[in-house]
Unconditional design. Structure first.
Length: 135
């Protein structure tokens, strides 16, 4: 039963990918359809149109095997190695800097979200305590 749930949830995630690709083609957007689909999924989760339980197990499954999904991209880079041959040092520098920037940005974003979530939880507990004490 767990496998069926995962397959259905991955299919549901694919629907968002397909909708994003379709929207990107119809509107001739300059960003990839997969990113548009990701934004659609994010918006539907944020607006509680789609409960997290509908995609949680499927997304966790996909995240486990994410490195395998990068193998084709790496193979594609190796196919065109001669294009990158003279720029090895610059590619190394750009890779290190971009990795550091992503790590810094992700860390700050996580910290802000954790702080925001903690404040919301404190407010909810405060309101609950006040309503209980006034009763």
């Amino acid at each position: 039963m767990k496998i069926i749930t995962i397959v259905i949830q991955i299919g549901f995630l694919y629907v968002f990918y397909f909708a994003g690709s379709l929207l990107q083609n119809l509107m001739d957007l300059p960003i990839p359809g997969s990113i548009v689909g990701l934004l659609l999924l994010f918006a539907s989760l944020l607006l509680k149109i789609c409960p997290i339980q509908w995609v949680e197990k499927g997304s966790v499954f996909l995240l486990k095997y994410l490195p395998l999904l990068f193998v084709p991209a790496t193979a594609g880079v190796m196919k065109y190695f001669d294009l990158f041959g003279g720029y090895t040092v610059w590619l190394f520098v750009v890779t290190i800097i971009s990795t550091l920037l992503v790590m810094i940005f992700a860390g700050h974003t996580s910290r802000l979200l954790a702080r925001y979530g903690g404040k919301r939880k404190e407010k909810a507990e405060c309101h609950k305590h006040l309503s209980e004490s006034s009763s």
